[in-house]
Design a protein around this ligand. Structure first.
Ligand SMILES: NC(=O)c1ccc[n+]([C@@H]2O[C@H](COP(=O)([O-])OP(=O)(O)OC[C@H]3O[C@@H](n4cnc5c(N)ncnc54)[C@H](O)[C@@H]3O)[C@@H](O)[C@H]2O)c1
Length: 255
């Protein structure tokens, strides 16, 4: 039975992805800083699944988590680097270094550490697939989101770099770039006044936020043999956000 690791699996896109892999017959290791939540979700999915406390930005946590998963499953066929934080939107002139570096630590260092260790196991077993969570913030310019945007653009660069490095050894590495998705991360940004969801909908050609399950479908696809010739790609799952380049609201520009 194939085995997948999903980071940030206590909630949102990560949890939806873990559920989808499990429904497709994979064993799933759900990793998160929220230990109780991932243990409960893993137990709810079935005894073959595993919940592991892991801060992806902490090297010791990552090494211990990969060891625990390898000991339990004996293989790692897919890694989804999904753990993330929705940093408050702050004007650049008011951005503190600590907040900036925190965004880089979780998204960039976390993706690097998890990929390095899971990649080691995948190369040794002769194949695997890694999917990294980027964002529309990584492919377009979002004001007041310099740390988050830099981290998500860095994730794309790392995706391409690792994809080329490991392509000849059967390890594929891709990124998805979601648009605004209805998760607690986005609810929190709305609560702290960083975003206005009603206004955002007008900027989305499809006129609505994504459901976490829609992002999960794309992530799982990229891990399956159906995507066997796809590596180094960045797949937008954004309701048309990145495609839209006209003046004004996307909703007003459509038919
Ligand atoms: N929701 C969106 O609109 C959206 C859009 C584009 C990209 N993304 C990206 O998708 C990913 C998932 O986002 P979401 O909306 O599901 O968020 P979410 O807040 O619902 O879930 C994120 C999970 O990551 C966990 N986490 C945070 N820091 C961690 C760390 N250091 N180590 C381990 N786990 C950690 C949290 O505890 C949480 O369970 C993130 O990388 C996010 O940047 C989200």
């Amino acid at each position: 039975m194939e085995a997948a690791i999903i980071t940030g699996a206590a909630d949102g896109i990560g949890l939806a992805t873990a559920r989808l892999f499990a429904a497709r017959g994979w064993r799933v290791a759900l990793l998160d800083v929220r230990a109780e939540a991932v243990e409960a979700h893993a137990a709810a999915l079935g005894v073959e699944h595993l919940g592991v406390r892991c801060d992806v930005a902490c090297e010791a946590d990552v090494l211990a988590a990969i060891e625990a998963v390898a000991a339990r499953f004996g293989r790692i066929d897919a890694l989804v680097n999904n753990a993330g934080i929705g940093t408050p939107h702050i004007p650049t002139l008011e951005q503190g270094l600590e907040g900036f570096e925190q965004a880089l630590r979780v998204h960039l260092s976390g993706t690097f550490l998890m990929s390095r260790e899971a990649g080691r196991a995948m190369l040794a077993q002769g194949g695997g697939a890694i999917v990294n969570l980027s964002s529309i913030a990584g492919v377009t310019g979002l004001p007041r989101r310099n740390a988050y945007g830099a981290a998500k653009a860095g994730v794309i660069s790392m995706t391409r770099s690792m994809a080329c490095e490991w392509a000849g050894k059967g390890v594929r590495v891709n990124a998805v770039a979601p648009g605004f998705t209805a998760t607690s991360l986005v609810q929190k940004l709305e609560r702290d006044g960083s975003i206005d969801i009603k206004r955002l909908r007008g900027r989305i050609p499809m006129g609505r936020l994504a459901r976490p399950e829609e992002i999960a479908e794309t992530i799982v696809f990229l891990c399956l043999p159906a995507a066997s010739y796809v590596t180094g790609a960045v797949l937008s799952v954004d309701g048309g956000w990145a495609a839209f380049g006209d003046a004004g609201l996307a909703q007003e520009a459509g038919v």
